[in-house]
Design a protein around this ligand. Structure first.
Ligand code: NAP
Length: 285
């Protein structure tokens, strides 16, 4: 029976997930490197821990939602020894295949259960408990983590018992999401560059076979030139690099994702790293 959950990382996603866990009636403790981002969660009913080890003490489930594999490893190296022996570590950050391997080995060193559980969905689904959880690892751990998955997600896809299968599916999904975002930016930049109203691009595809709700949402943002982050350009560039590595590992041609990575890195370096990934449109100018 899971009653107590530690959420490590209260950025865009971790904050929403922590709120969904509290709403589900779980006993939630949060920790974040920059304490000012964790503190507001006390108003929602979460306990706010002063350090990573304090956060995981007594936790049945530890959820990590940090930027990348290095951040997760750094935090969990400090925290794992303080977790109860029965604790299960649910790793939801997008860390790639090598990162997943490294973190699973870290859990193993401390004898703790580990589930690879990247999520599909962004800020709003995280806040509303409507993420899709892509789980992999020992299915025997499911009863202990089920209340957590039910609170943060509308659906859990058990991809396989092999740790890393969740990430394998996640990287394939993100290759689609990042490509369609960059392709939308390209079409909008091209229309603009050729002197045509870019809104006509979105209006013309609307409702047809080449339309996509995602292109409409990101396209409107690009045209408005306002990029409040749902998923930061820095995060998207990080994922593009992880996907390039995965394509190489699979023996597939990485050139499309290399181009996406270069465009996202260029726009990030031009001062848009903390804006939404739709700011990739700047790379085409
Ligand atoms: P975010 O808002 O940028 O939050 C990043 C978090 O990582 C913050 O809590 C940050 O702490 C922490 N962090 C970074 N480096 C650290 C370090 N060295 N040590 C300790 N903490 C560190 O990012 P996010 O959008 O929530 O994304 C989190 C993860 O979820 C990423 O792996 C991302 O790829 C994945 N993801 C994101 C989305 C999305 O739509 N946003 C969707 C699915 C998956 P500070 O506050 O102190 O900087």
């Amino acid at each position: 029976m899971t009653g107590s959950v530690a959420v490590m990382g209260t950025g865009i996603m971790g904050t929403g997930m922590a709120r969904s866990l509290v709403r589900a009636g779980l006993d939630v403790t949060v920790w974040n490197r920059s304490a000012d981002k964790a503190r507001p969660l006390a108003d929602d009913g979460a306990k706010v821990a002063a350090d990573a080890a304090e956060a995981v003490t007594g936790a049945d489930v530890v959820v990590t939602m940090l930027f990348d594999a290095d951040a997760v490893a750094e935090v969990m190296q400090r925290a794992l020894a303080a977790t109860p022996e029965h604790a299960v570590w649910v790793q939801t950050s997008t860390v790639g295949l090598a990162g997943t391997q490294r973190l699973a080995e870290l859990a193993d060193r401390y004898g703790r259960g580990y589930l690879d559980a990247p999520v599909l969905g962004t800020k709003r689904p995280a806040e509303q408990g409507e993420l899709i959880v892509l789980a992999s690892g020992p299915r025997a751990l499911e009863p202990q983590v089920a209340p957590v998955f039910e609170a943060i997600g509308s659906k859990t896809v058990w991809v396989g018992e092999r740790i890393g299968d969740g990430h394998r599916l996640k990287l394939a999904l993100n290759s689609w999401v990042l490509s369609i975002t960059a392709a939308t930016g390209q079409a909008i930049a091209l229309a603009r560059g050729l002197g045509v109203d870019p809104q006509l691009f979105l209006d013309t595809i609307a409702g047809g076979g080449t339309d996509s709700p995602y292109a409409q949402v990101k396209g409107r943002t690009m045209i408005a030139g306002e990029f409040p982050p749902a998923f930061s350009l820095a995060g998207a560039a990080k994922d593009a690099e992880l996907i390039v590595d995965a394509l190489r590992e699979a023996g597939d041609d990485p050139s499309l994702m290399q181009a996406v990575h270069r465009l996202m890195s260029t726009a990030a370096a031009a001062g848009h790293a903390d804006e939404d990934m739709a700011a990739v449109v700047y790379a085409f100018r």
